[in-house]
Design a protein around this ligand. Structure first.
Ligand SMILES: Cc1cc2nc3c(=O)[nH]c(=O)nc-3n(C[C@H](O)[C@H](O)[C@H](O)COP(=O)(O)OP(=O)(O)OC[C@H]3O[C@@H](n4cnc5c(N)ncnc54)[C@H](O)[C@@H]3O)c2cc1C
Length: 295
């Protein structure tokens, strides 16, 4: 029954320089972080992976969390539960809520930050929240024995359909950086389980700064996991500068503008998802209004 099945070769670099050597020698090798996505693929094992697997598990350089006055840096092999544990004092609340929403406590011990951001075809909570926090990622690209390194905003790692844009060459996300200045109004909502009910799920992250009842620096990102990754610069800028409370008719018209924009840019989103997105968006604006009236 198991005739013909063979284990893939596993390469376990201990330093980034050993990773570079492995990436050069085995350009087709699969990069393996926590393995939770990879193991959920139908054909993950046994497989005909030509160059085997590069396991990131022994790369201590990717497991650090450091902080200074301006930002926190998190290695890509830090797990969701390690970050939650270490981050109570250093992370914005919206990120803690996002991490708590990922799967179960047991699975969070396995999911890594890099793995979560580098799933090729589906966008989930972390990509959504890190976009509104203006987080950036350090990306290393390996080609013809050479390595190039650059920092890129996490919101630019994906196309409008949520597909990862790292290109065909071997690429490693090594760490992310999150600034420590953020808005005083932050919300994160996931409706439906993104893994079991992907087609109906909606994920929204929103943050804004309030000063003397005026909104500024509004940022929000809406994700329909296997369909769309949407950041509306137009609606963000319409909200930034608004005085609170926002007139209910304006709240309503903005929420329908959002739906029109989503419909125009992404054909696949269902009516149920659109209505969910609209209501979540409206609920954030109503919350801002009621907090402004009670303060
Ligand atoms: C039962 C279950 C429920 C879940 N529920 C949720 C949920 O509700 N919300 C949620 O957000 N997530 C959830 N997840 C996790 C999510 O679906 C992915 O499995 C997870 O984010 C992948 O992380 P990983 O570290 O295991 O990555 P892996 O599976 O090891 O890798 C994922 C992909 O990223 C690539 N990769 C990994 N690290 C890097 C790197 N540093 N640089 C470049 N490429 C890299 C790999 O090659 C692979 O293509 C759930 C998982 C399970 C099993």
């Amino acid at each position: 029954m198991y005739e013909g099945i063979r284990s893939p070769a596993i390469h376990s670099p201990k330093t980034l320089s050993e990773f570079a050597t492995a990436a050069h020698r085995y350009p087709q090798a699969l990069v393996w972080a926590g393995g939770t996505y990879l193991m959920s693929r139908k054909d993950y094992y046994p497989s005909e992976i030509k160059d085997g697997i590069i396991d990131l598990g022994e790369l201590d350089e990717l497991k650090g969390i450091t902080r200074n006055d301006r930002f926190v840096e998190i290695g890509s092999m830090v797990t969701a539960s390690q970050l939650l544990f270490a981050g109570k004092l250093v992370l914005p609340e919206i990120l803690q809520i996002t991490l708590q929403s990922l799967a179960s406590q047991i699975v969070r011990k396995q999911i890594t930050i890099g793995g979560s951001l580098c799933i090729p075809d589906v966008r989930l909570g972390l990509s959504t929240t890190l976009a509104v926090l203006d987080a950036t990622a350090e990306i290393k690209q390996y080609q013809d024995g050479k390595v190039s390194t650059h920092w890129t905003p996490i919101s630019k790692l994906y196309n409008k359909d949520g597909k990862l844009l790292l290109g065909p060459q071997k690429t490693l996300l090594t760490r992310i950086r999150i600034g420590l200045e953020y808005g005083d109004f932050q919300r994160f909502i996931v409706v439906e389980d993104p893994i079991r009910n992907t087609n109906e799920c909606v994920i929204v992250a929103f943050q804004a700064t309030r000063a003397q009842n005026t909104l500024s620096k509004v940022q929000f990102c809406i994700t329909f996991p296997n369909k769309a990754y949407h950041i509306s610069k137009d609606i963000e800028s319409k909200l930034s500068g608004q005085t609170l409370p926002i007139h209910p008719e304006r709240v309503n018209s903005l929420s329908y503008e959002l739906v029109t924009e989503l419909r125009k840019m992404h054909g696949m989103i269902s009516d149920l998802q659109l209505e969910r997105a609209r209501r979540i968006f409206e609920s954030f604006l109503h919350e801002l209004n009621s907090e402004s009236l009670s303060s």
